[in-house]
Design a protein around this ligand. Structure first.
Ligand code: ZN
Length: 408
């Protein structure tokens, strides 16, 4: 990897991604394998006058050993200092950057039931702190290749060649290849904003999906929904871009308003295992039946983690000709694969997809059926002949997607 790209990438992450403001704290979460790149991010944070920068290191191999050798009870317990840290972060609202290089197979062979029980137990303790800081902070997920991830994507290449190819794909899809990535991002953000604005102006009641693969779905949108895209504004008033790359325009489905069948169009990488060729049947919002050619068990385990996992938290529109899809690569990483085509997400919804969420109480979120879950799992349903029709409250229809791409 050319060092020049590390510098460009770090600058893009700090200036456009979290849009760091003078005097803010930054927490970077990254694996020990990316220390050279993380050092560049740290430098860039100080160059933009961060008050403090902390790095929380992780390591896939060690996480895996812990999951195998420590008991469910030990791993489920949130230690006092861990809770104190969550409380401190909820009060000080640092910006966070998560550098993802995870091996899609990292958890293969780990007891999935044990793993999901641990996640549910920890989530319950840490949730109040997460709720407290939700939407207040500027955050970002970006990715760099690890050998394990690159080999999963390019299994027939040498380690070096696989990493080089994955870097190439990341550089292209995150728009790092031009002279001025910051400017390229500003243009891209404006393009996506135009789409979300059009959808917000239509104020649709529901969407209907049709594809020759068998997808036949009616999806009601949450009343007062707001379509969002690449640029969000935190409750502290700072703009930021949470995902790099991003191609999606997304909002909140009505919890009990989804009916019909959707067919997956890309494998889903879930807790270290691939779920392939699956079909989901929804009735009044609930995924009542899932049939997968591969990975049925891991999909069911995820859906059974809590009641809300069987309901949708997000509907996202991404054209089938997105730069990510055009690479022809299955990344086995949600950050990339979810930006390859239209998707839905099981589980948690985003509060800022509702107009006026800033002043809503937890009670009001409950009343409108806000879907709150330990999971947020995106799965891809876009295809080259996907048609999406939007219908407004007067029954007027609009072609939103035609043959897999934007029609508005
Ligand atoms: Zn999404």
């Amino acid at each position: 990897m050319n060092h020049e790209y590390y510098v460009k990438y770090a600058k893009l992450a700090v200036k456009v991604g979290i849009n760091l403001q003078k005097g803010q704290d930054v927490v970077i979460r990254a694996s020990t394998a990316c220390s050279e790149f993380v050092t560049e991010i740290v430098k860039e944070c100080y160059a933009n006058e961060a008050r403090s920068v902390s790095v929380e290191w992780s390591n896939d191999g060690i996480e895996r050993l812990k999951l195998i050798h420590e008991s469910e009870e030990t791993l489920s317990k949130v230690l006092d200092w861990q809770e104190a840290k969550a409380k401190y972060n909820a009060e000080t609202i640092p910006c966070s950057i998560y550098v993802d290089d995870s091996d899609p197979d990292a958890l293969q062979g780990v007891d999935m039931q044990k793993y999901s029980n641990i996640r549910v137990a920890r989530y319950q303790v840490l949730k109040p702190y997460r709720d407290q800081s939700e939407n207040k902070d500027q955050w970002l997920i970006i990715a760099v290749p690890s050998v394990a991830w690159a080999k999963k994507v390019f299994p027939n290449d040498t380690d070096e060649e696989a990493v080089r190819k994955l870097w190439e794909a990341i550089i292209k899809t995150t728009r790092l290849d031009g002279d001025d990535p910051v400017e390229a991002w500003e243009k891209h953000i404006a393009y996506l904003k135009e789409k979300s604005q059009k959808l917000n102006d239509l104020n649709l009641d529901y969407l209907t999906y049709h594809s020759s693969n068998g997808t036949d779905l009616t999806l009601k949108l949450q009343p007062n929904h707001e379509w969002l895209s690449a640029r969000e504004t935190s409750l502290q008033g700072y703009e930021f871009s949470a995902n790099m790359p991003t191609e999606e325009v997304f909002t909140m489905p009505k919890r009990d308003g989804v009916n019909g069948v959707v067919v997956s169009t890309k494998p889903l990488s879930l807790q270290g295992q691939l779920v392939e060729n699956f079909k989901v049947t929804f009735k009044d919002g609930k995924a009542v039946e899932v049939v997968a050619e591969k990975g049925q068990h891991v999909l069911e385990t995820m859906l059974n983690m809590d009641e809300a996992s069987r309901y949708l938290g997000e509907v996202a529109l991404v054209p089938f000709n997105s730069p990510i899809n055009e690479t022809g690569i299955l990344f086995s990483n949600t950050l990339f694969d979810e930006n390859a085509c239209c998707h839905l997400a099981f589980g948690a919804a985003f509060k800022n997809n509702i107009k006026g969420y800033e002043t809503m109480t937890e009670e009001q979120f409950k009343e409108i059926g806000f879907n709150d879950s330990v999971n947020h799992v995106d799965f891809m349903i876009g295809s080259e002949d996907l048609d999406i029709i939007g219908t407004d409250h007067e029954g007027k229809t609009y072609q939103i997607f035609k043959n897999g791409v934007w029609a508005i």
